[in-house]
Design a protein around this ligand. Sequence first.
Ligand SMILES: [Ca+2]
Length: 327
Amino acid sequence: MKASALRPGRVIPYTAARLSCRRHRQLWPGRALVLLSLAAIALSACTRSAPRSSSSASPSITTITTSSGVEMVLLPGGDLMMVSDAGGDESPRHKVHIDPFLIDKYEVTQRQFADLEIPDPSHFKDPDRPVEQIRWSDAILYCNARSESEGLEPCYDEETFACDFQASGYRLPTEAEWEYAARAGTRTAYFFGDSSDRLTSFACFKANAKQRTDRVGHKRPNPWGLCDMLGNVSEWCHDVYAADYYQRSPVDNPRGPEKGPKRVLRGGSWKSSAEACRVAARLGKVAGFTDACFTGDMLGCRAVRRLTDEQQQKIAGPVAGSSASKP
Ligand SMILES: [Ca+2]
């Protein structure tokens, strides 16, 4: 099926969606060869601005570098008071529990796509800028490719888009994991307070963006050492979007509704107002299972991974500033 045969906004049958994913795989013919060599690559875009394998802002937070050279922050998990009392799709404020996980320190960069020989759809070309103009389906294919490059089990079934949360590989963060990471133990509108006065130090957003994305890590990190959680590119989460989900979501590791045409985006982007960059701000956008263009130059992602048994055993205690508990 040609992309031109699809109207923007048209939902095509599931079979066509599967074909779309297969076509993506065919577009990466050199991937298998690259995967064999990537384990030896010890270079990433992120290492310029932060030391490798080091402790970050909090002594309880550990940063690791994966075998493909990507820095990730180990979050021990814990309890989180999620979203806000602002009404609409952010309410009610509620408590959730998050298991330990690893999350990318930076948004996925164009260099990371190039390392895996994935076609880079980004508008603002630069290896050190975040990849953008990606659909949710592109993001999960990237996660699977990255998993395979490190010999891990891919989380996503590329036929059904179902996620195996017990697999050892990479996936998108759940909405709750994303907010847990972004809040870094805080309960305010931004992780630095309720006023947006300091947002320009931490985020590339509408007021300071110069009409394009920033290189990742250009702004200050949040208290747990994570960069660009607010602004730059809005980040795809795993969850199906539903405005009323928090009326009925479970306490333990919520993973979103079972079905729905939209997936969650979090954090706001270089095009967003300060209000839209609040930690609690939610956005739902059509996932893009079709060849029609559902994306934009403000949509990107970062990946997460479950901990190995060895990493779980090494977690010594709660995260500073949070009500985290041991796994
Ligand atoms: Ca972001």
